[in-house]
Design a protein around this ligand. Sequence first.
Ligand SMILES: Nc1ncnc2c1ncn2[C@@H]1O[C@H](COP(=O)(O)OP(=O)(O)OP(=O)(O)O)[C@@H](O)[C@H]1O
Length: 756
Amino acid sequence: MDNQRQLEQTRVDSVIKEIKKQQATTQIEYEKAHQETSSVERNYVQNARINTLEVDDQMETNAEVQQQKNLVAKTLENENILKKQLDTLKILNDSPYFGRIDIQDPDESQPETLYIGTASLVDDNHDFLIYDWRAPISSIYYNGALGKVSYQTPMGNEETNLLKKRQFTIENGKIINMFDTNETVGDEILQNVLGEHSDEYMRNIVATIQKEQNDIIRDTKHDLLLVQGVAGSGKTSAILQRIAFLLYHSRDKLEADQIVLFSPNLLFSHYISEVLPSLGERNMRQVTLAEFLKNRFEGLNVENLFMRYEHEDSLTVAQKKLRQQKEHPDFMHQIETYVDNLPNNAVQFRPIYLNGSEFFTTSQINEIYNNLPQLMKPSQKFSETKNKLIKFLNRQIKREALSDWVLDRIESLSDEQYYDLLGNKRRGSFQSLEDEQFYIGRKIVHKEWESVYDGIYNDYFIDTYAQYRDFLNQNYPQALEAFDTNLELHKMALEDCAPILYLRDRLTGSGVNHGIAHLFIDEMQDYSLPQLMYLHYIFPEAKFTLLGDSEQALFNEFRTPDELLTYYKQHLDFKRANIIKLNKSYRSTQQITDFMKSILPDGNEIISFTRTGPLPEIIQSKDNDHALQNLKIKLQSYQNDDRVAIITRNQKEALALYQHLKRDFNPTLLDDSSRSLPLGVIILPIYLAKGLEFDNVIAFGISEKNYSDQRAIGILYTICSRAMHQLTIITCGQLPTLLQTVNPRLYQQSSLIFVK
Ligand SMILES: Nc1ncnc2c1ncn2[C@@H]1O[C@H](COP(=O)(O)OP(=O)(O)OP(=O)(O)O)[C@@H](O)[C@H]1O
């Protein structure tokens, strides 16, 4: 192997030489392109500034400006392409590839050797020195055992014989590790990767993608892909790789901003933000459900999952029942029936105002709507009403264009303002001066009445809340009081959001976005079905990839993966749905995984990855003061640059803990607006730790009182599964029942600081 290693190193050296050569030439081209863009931009600015007072000049200027604008866009595009090439070459320069496959095609006499890396590299002879990991042929590196293998190409299925599979770890141009493997993409390299410390940013897993993860990444057949995976099984990693794959696979028709990822919180958005750039791709759009809803309910304080989680215990049985009803798909179907059969006189119109007085009154709008053919659907009537309102408005504008106030305004315009209003028209080119004044006058009135246009375009003439209230009144009168109180307080309950938006969009025919091609939802167990139904309604072209872990359901009731699939198939109208399950947990050491799986009733399905570490530690404390004392002793055992997360059940506990520790340990208390993960001691409630991982986790405040309810198992499981290397549980009082069933051999009990 030593000889082999030498040969491979020689190849690495020559590939790096080629990379450096390409870097040098691309850099020159890039600088040239950059200069060109700057000069074209300068030209553009100058031309745009040219004296626009002379009519002929102005015409010429307009045409030239448009031409220059196109030129700027073109040179900029060229510059961006070169910049992307440079970024990719930089990534390759550090580590050109991580895999090699030797294949023998049936019709070839000689085997062929291919190297696989983050991106392709082609030399002057058009030979591939490196194949992109997303190329069709590369899939056999992740999928195939030695022997006969097949892979998908755009032309159909191809077969070949896989003779060798070799893995490398290359750092700064030197082979650190290299070995041949048969079936899986190697445990040894995976061991090393997983043994490293956690970082502020998630890393890509391109060199060690596992077979079942590869199925998720390369799936292009299904329009609903459900990924159910145990904690730490690489769901998030796999979907980020999937996004990179899709961008490559459909590179002619898919752009990063046609992909939306709903992430669980802002910390998580920050945590995963480096993965795609490290693969040479642009990031997709990212949004949290809370941000998405906040944008759509401007001016209202929209409840988010965290608020709901914090207040969960204060709800009455009746309130919980009502919420369940609102989060049932039937509720959305009732809205459909309500909207589709809405009588004319029940549509809740409201006036459109201009400067405080009614411009279009409710009865005017009602009249337009009522006079439309009865057979039209409400959304058609609504858009027809909109068209008619615009026509009325335009007519009014024409009437107003030569009124006294407008003529006065024209008189007082400066030359510059006048030409601005003329736009592409030429002064003096109108049939008469009155025509020109009429033209300018219309522009002035149009500007002055812009808010009326806005009101019509943005559907302000329908009172959505009153409409929803009417729906509740007919179907759930018991829900009215709470809804009214909320509105008075400018609040909106989370369970009302999707139904209201659905009602509004279905009634007005607006809100639908055909431009989104893929929608990803992480932590899907936290979404209600009405929310998903609404997202499917407004993103009708989007293929959905939903990932989650039923066991980590902090907010909703538990459903098994198969129940979920059936449930979604029944209520979400997708044609080709598929579920992929991941059972192997990669994040934590075997000791931590074995411990956390023993908390779950059916945890046996979880397979731990064979990476060893210390047993989880349970420190029993007799009361809260003692628990704090133990916590402080434990914290002293860490170094300043360790990242230690103390995870509590809720924000109140986190805050109390922060007060106790702030003097001695300078901890960081995270809340739902936090965006980054500093080193040192971090305190956070579990819902903010979703999707994240830490070298060391301390679960604090675990007591029988606090952890005996229905949600306790899911919460404790989620807390424990955030730990990569070390897990400590500090209890308060005797061991809670849910830990009593855990086999004592799976943890170490710290007796040193235990006081009876
Ligand atoms: N194939 C792989 N190669 C290297 N590391 C991997 C692989 N799969 C997963 N990991 C690592 O395992 C850890 C957990 O992965 P990830 O966060 O994607 O899991 P998850 O299923 O989304 O977890 P959770 O649901 O608990 O948040 C990460 O550190 C990730 O880098």
